[in-house]
Ligand binder design. Structure first.
Ligand code: BGC
Length: 756
């Protein structure tokens, strides 16, 4: 069947059928026209293909490589790596006959307790968007569609099917939609999944502003929009909003709803045709791609990539006295059940059945002779305090040179479906850390968690490695890091708070009575901590290395430039240590404006550089022009913020090594003119000045009274200049008439003359 006039060949029933899934995972085929079904699968950090089409298949899916979860991948800050991971997953999709991978997930991490934070990248939209775009390019390069999810503002699990996220326009556009915009413009995904929740009063699956105005018109999206599983409340409303595909299938329930809506005239056939055309274009394109020869899905190579990605995403939080890397001759006490039975991903729809699984104990055993290592479980599966196990762990730790202590969040603490209620590790893990640290000063804590945890024990141990949720290669990756085979280079993609009360959304989280107010506005993550001068537990961008990097110099392409041009930065860096290492260089922008309310600093660019000991190189970073743009509510658009900006270059958001100032030149902005614009704003136009100045002058004198001193007249002038234009009609008792008002609006080209 030809691609360009698909809907025309279908009967109405066939078209309606196509708009809802056939079962849990596929679309309807139309056999008589040779239109095939497509198969969708979770996502995001590996293929989770359910064995049957009518089952969710969590825990029983076809084995696939389990890469690190998004939270851990993001700590690599490595677009090239994300692309390779996407590519490997794309190949496995092809191998398993999957056409759409339900990922990446890239909602911002608004709050550390968010149950699905491990499935998302970062609290920063630039980092999230860039990594997602790279991942999408990797997946789609293999002829498989990526599905960007969950559009939009899906930041909590509490009441996730109904909650109304209330977000002001500026944070919405600068943060919560910005990550999606970058991913969609730069990654060009073929599909997008709508979120369960409401956004400013409307369900995301049923919001024409979100799906048509923002996604398609503004961002130029040209694929299909599908619902999250069960996210549609009214199929007819969703259809009018532009939702192509409702998932999963529901045995014809939605078909009946659409037929009735047609009969009642709430929708018409042309609405259906438009969505069917868009849907079929993607379906046919994916089938064409599926017919092309595919790359082999090489299990061994993908396992190796999973190890590489896990190592790149691990973050060395602390390393006092260079406890790490472990000296070859040391006797190790490996403590904690996670060392043998690793937790490597989060719970819920993203849970992949791995092709194999590497544990830290096994990986260390391949490196350390049996007489120089011992193991103790430390805690039972449920993480409760178990004195017998703790005593055994203490004994082994005391007898060793170093204790490697594996603790973290168990499955029951962190999953899709619920938010956490606190930041604590299980009590048995905390008791174990304290007990082992008391007898072994060289204790390395290895932390498995997809989100921040509290660390009341931070000062009791010299070294902490965040293993994250590292996927099936986690054990081997950790062994490479601990042994020094790989120098850590991961950096935190979110801020770790000292306590919940310090978090930006503390007062509003998770909302009440169906509403989640986003009262912190623009101040999400480090934007909050840096502006409020709150000391975090670990700052955004933090992560140590086994070597040391010196930031030698910073040059900017042009110290003064127009806001619409990209800007080049050159940073000279030296590896001043004795080991090869990789540094993530971060650029933050700080605006010196008092016109706009701004966070203290915002991530403007980042790049990775690998250096041999003693090597010096210059890294070139390009700042996108959007760095200097902010959302203007009255214009409903981004505008450039001119003036002086400081660019800060460093190794974390709190470890700035170099800075420079630049001047951003912007063309003068025409005022936004409508009946509510002030007299002062209208007077910026020559005809406005001519008409209004004499009027204001007369009125100010009249209203001040004949005996008024000059400051009395001046006061009235100020009041009148600040008046919304339409109020002059009343203030002048009609001397400035409604007709004159309308004429001014028409002359300024204000549409309909009525905007507020
Ligand atoms: C999740 C999606 C997932 C879908 C299919 C939903 O519950 O929110 O992320 O892709 O299920 O499993």
């Amino acid at each position: 069947m030809k691609k360009d006039h698909q809907a025309a060949a279908l009967t109405l029933d066939e078209k309606i059928r196509l708009l809802t899934g056939r079962d849990f995972w596929t679309t309807h085929p139309i056999d008589r026209l040779g239109i095939p079904a497509i198969r969708l699968s979770d996502g995001p950090h590996g293929v989770r293909k359910a064995a049957g089409l009518e089952e969710t298949g969590i825990g029983t899916s076809v084995p696939a490589t389990c890469f690190p979860t998004a939270a851990t991948l993001a700590c690599s800050w490595d677009e090239a790596l994300l692309r390779r991971v996407g590519q490997a997953i794309g190949r496995e999709c092809r191998h398993q006959g999957v056409h759409v991978l339900l990922g990446p997930g890239l909602n911002l991490k608004r709050h550390p307790l968010g149950g699905r934070n491990f499935e998302y990248y970062s609290e920063d939209p630039l980092l999230s968007g860039k990594l997602a775009a790279a991942f999408i390019r990797g997946v789609q390069g293999e002829g498989v569609a990526a599905c960007v999810k969950h559009l939009a503002v899906n930041n909590q699990e509490t009441d996730r099917m109904r909650v109304d996220a209330r977000v002001e326009p500026r944070p919405l556009h600068e943060l919560y939609l910005r990550n999606f915009e970058i991913a969609i413009r730069e990654g060009r995904p073929l599909t997008v999944m709508t979120a369960y929740n409401r956004l400013n009063g409307r369900y995301c699956s049923e919001d024409p502003w979100l799906l048509r105005e923002v996604l398609r018109r503004r961002w130029g999206f040209r694929g299909i929009v599908l619902s999250d599983w069960g996210a549609v409340n009214d199929r007819a409303v969703a259809l009018l909003a532009g939702l192509n595909l409702e998932m999963p299938g529901n045995g014809g329930v939605s078909e009946a709803v659409l037929r009735q809506a047609l009969e009642e005239g709430r929708i018409c056939e042309a609405d259906i045709d438009e969505l069917v055309d868009e849907l079929l274009e993607v379906v046919l394109r994916l089938h064409e791609a599926a017919g092309e020869p595919a790359h082999a899905a090489d299990c061994d190579a993908h396992h190796e990539l999973a190890i590489e990605a896990a190592a790149a995403g691990m973050v060395l939080l602390k390393n006092e006295g260079e406890v790490l890397p472990l000296a070859e001759a040391s006797h190790l006490a490996v403590i904690g059940a996670f060392a043998q039975k690793p937790r490597f991903q989060g719970g819920g729809s993203s849970q992949v059945v791995p092709t194999r699984l590497s544990s830290l104990w096994e990986a260390l055993s391949a490196r350390w002779p049996a007489d120089r290592r011992s193991f103790a479980e430390g805690y039972p599966d449920d993480g409760t305090i178990d004195e017998t196990r703790i005593n055994e762990a203490q004994r082994k730790a005391r007898a060793a040179d170093v204790a490697v202590l594996c603790v973290g969040l168990p499955d029951s603490y962190e999953s899709e479906g619920f938010d956490r209620t606190h930041l604590n590790l299980p009590p048995g893990h905390v008791a174990l850390i304290r007990a082992v640290a008391a007898v072994q000063p060289r204790t390395v804590v290895v932390l498995t968690a997809g989100a921040p945890v509290a660390m009341p024990w931070r000062d009791a141990v010299p070294a902490i490695v965040l293993a994250g949720l590292p996927g099936q290669g986690g054990g081997e990756a950790l062994a490479r890091i601990l042994s020094g085979q790989v120098s850590p280079s991961g950096k935190l993609a979110e801020t770790w708070p000292r306590r919940l009360e310090d978090t930006p959304a503390w007062l509003d989280w998770p909302g009440a009575k169906g509403v989640a107010p986003y009262g912190e506005g623009l101040f999400v993550g480090y934007r909050w901590y840096d502006t409020r001068r709150i000391e975090p537990l670990w700052p955004f961008g933090h992560g140590l290395s086994y070597t040391a990097f010196e930031y030698l110099g910073l040059e900017v392409g042009k110290p003064s430039f127009a806001a619409d041009e990209p800007l080049e930065l050159r940073v000279r860096i030296r590896n001043a240590g004795t080991r090869p290492g990789t540094e993530v260089v971060q650029v933050y922008a700080h605006a010196e404006t008092d016109v706009w309310r701004m966070p203290e600093q915002e991530l403007a660019a980042f790049a990775k550089i690998e250096l041999m000991p003693g090597e010096t190189r210059t890294l070139v970073l390009t700042l996108d022009r959007h760095v200097f743009h902010r959302w203007d509510r009255r214009r409903s658009d981004r505008v450039a913020v001119g003036g002086t900006w400081e660019l800060r270059v460093g190794s974390s958001s709190r470890d700035i090594r170099l800075h420079t100032r630049i001047e951003v030149k912007t063309p003068p902005l025409a005022p936004v003119l409508d009946r509510f614009a002030s007299v002062r704003e209208w007077m910026q136009l020559p005809f406005g000045k001519k008409r209004l100045e004499p009027l204001v002058e007369t009125l100010a004198r009249e209203m001040a009274g004949p005996e008024a001193p000059p400051e009395g007249v001046e006061f009235m002038r100020t009041v009148l200049y600040d008046l919304p234009l339409h109020k002059l009609v009343g203030f002048t008792h009609g001397r400035f008439s409604h007709a004159m008002l309308e004429e001014m609006l028409a002359r300024a080209g204000v549409e309909g003359g009525t905007s507020a």
